[in-house]
Write a new protein. Structure first.
Length: 491
């Protein structure tokens, strides 16, 4: 978007652009979200920034009226597969909190100096400033949503000291943490081991993603319904357990996240991964507008506006699930993975019927006796698990599509479909089309309008073909009473 497109968006107070850019006003020293109800400033006084961190760096503070930090994140970090997009995915996952700028730079293949220069040019702020903005956003969420002690919030958000926390909140929001907490009504003091947070998103939101996860849920590790999803999860500092619930009648347009147990140092990573799992930073109006222009998908989009692209809570786990699920039905894949899950460890945060963790690569490599199926597939899975366990195969949110392919394609049993599926779910890559997927082919037949002028790879819907794939999967499953459609791409 150029300057005047953004200016028209703030003049219209269009909420679709909240979180996608920030408006700073020189005469007030304040930055706002595009939908801020305040009077539209003169264009000559306005500067637009890609991130709130860039506005902080320029000396602006957050608007107390529109709370620009309380918005969904930008979808650009998935659309952009460049260094800036990859860095933001890792920063949001808490890499700087755990490994510092040097650790982030190493994962991206740059020196810290190069990374500072690139992010400064692309986003207007360096990695430390971007991480600081992410901490401030997490802290604000905890301040207004929970009754946690301020010291606990400081360390949960990733600050190294309470003093740093106080100074950052005062600088960013021009308020003390206590004053910021008083701006909203928050829950009365309760259990220190359970947190309930709202997860904002851009409407519309199609809850079908809950059913997608539910039919793949593994007993003891996951539990899903058409409106909720819960599971155990291994994070850098320990086990966690959470539940996400959807209520379409809520006025605030938020999902509810209940964290049953987590090491507070892992809370930023958990929040980031849950948001990625449910694709909560997407721009569904832009996506649906592009998809609906294709006559093959128009009816599906009208029937399910706001369809989301399921993410991955653990990239290594998803590779195992993808390899097990190739060329078999969803139900068969779930049965095989349930047998394999017996190799996992008991969860230290057991509760609500969830008592196990998905097995680690090392546990899978030692559990060949639990695997069923063709010998070649079992051997391929065990080799992949051994490589991950030995540190010979490392991949994750900081990869781009080409880099992910270069790491995975040399593995026996991994082909272009697996790489595409992993790119969709781990990286959130929006323009992947799984042309050879059995369920996609069934979906194309289900929505075919016999218009031979349209491309078979749905290039007309680019750059949103991953979402077209989701619509085709649903179209393929629609005639069935249970979701057991043979699918090479639905593990």
């Amino acid at each position: 978007m150029d300057f005047w497109q953004r200016y028209r968006a703030i003049d219209a107070r269009d909420p679709r652009f909240d979180g996608q850019f920030y408006t700073a006003v020189r005469t007030t020293g304040i930055y706002c979200r595009p939908s801020c109800p305040a009077r539209t400033p003169k264009a000559s006084n306005v500067t637009f920034y890609e991130t709130s961190a860039a506005a902080h760096e320029a000396g602006y503070r957050a608007c107390k009226r529109c709370l620009p930090e309380a918005v969904p994140g930008t979808p650009a970090w998935n659309v952009r597969q460049d260094v800036a997009g990859r860095a933001m995915r890792l920063i949001n996952d808490g890499v700087i909190n755990r490994d510092g700028v040097a650790g982030l730079a190493s994962r991206l293949g740059y020196s810290p100096r190069q990374l500072n220069r690139i992010l400064g040019q692309e986003l207007g702020a360096g990695p430390l400033s971007l991480a600081r903005a992410a901490r401030a956003q997490t802290a604000r969420t905890l301040l207004v949503s929970t009754s946690m002690k301020l010291a606990d919030i400081a360390f949960a958000a990733g600050f190294s000291s309470v003093r740093q926390f106080n100074e950052t909140i005062a600088e960013v929001f021009d308020m003390t943490p206590t004053a910021l907490r008083r701006t909203v009504r928050h829950p009365a003091a309760g259990s220190a081991t359970a947190l309930t947070l709202g997860l904002p998103y851009r409407p519309p939101f199609d809850p079908g993603i809950f059913s997608f996860l539910a039919v793949r849920a593994l007993p003891g590790i996951e539990e899903g319904t058409p409106t909720s999803y819960a599971r155990t999860l291994r994070l850098p500092h320990g086990d966690a357990r959470f539940r996400v619930a959807y209520d379409g009648c809520t006025r605030e347009r938020q999902l509810t996240l209940t964290v049953g147990a987590v090491d507070l140092r892992d809370l930023p990573a958990l929040l980031s991964r849950v948001r990625r799992l449910f694709d909560l930073d997407a721009d569904p109006e832009a996506i649906d507008g592009a998809l609906a222009a294709d006559p093959r998908l128009a009816a599906s989009v009208a029937g399910a506006p706001g369809m989301r692209l399921p993410g991955a809570l653990d990239p290594q786990e998803l590779l195992v699930r993808a390899m097990v699920g190739q060329q078999i039905t969803v139900a068969a894949a779930r049965t095989a993975l349930t047998q394999l899950s017996a190799a996992g460890s008991p969860s230290r945060t057991a509760g609500e019927g969830l008592d196990r963790l998905f097995p680690t690569p090392a546990q899978i490599a030692a559990a060949g006796h639990l695997l069923r199926g063709p010998k070649r597939r079992i051997e391929s899975l065990l080799r992949a698990a051994s490589a991950m366990a030995a540190g010979e195969l490392e991949f994750g949110y900081g990869d781009d599509v080409a880099g992910l392919g270069a790491k995975l394609l040399p593995l026996p049993g991994v082909g272009p479909w697996t790489v595409g599926y992993m790119a969709m779910r781990v990286l959130g890559a929006p323009d992947i089309f799984l042309a050879n997927d059995a369920a996609v082919k069934n979906g194309i037949r289900a929505v075919d309008n016999s218009d031979n002028a349209l491309s078979p790879d749905f290039r007309e819907t680019s750059p949103w073909r991953s979402y077209a794939t989701m619509h085709l999967w649903r179209a393929a499953a629609r005639p069935a009473l249970t979701p057991t459609v043979p699918a090479k791409g639905m593990p």
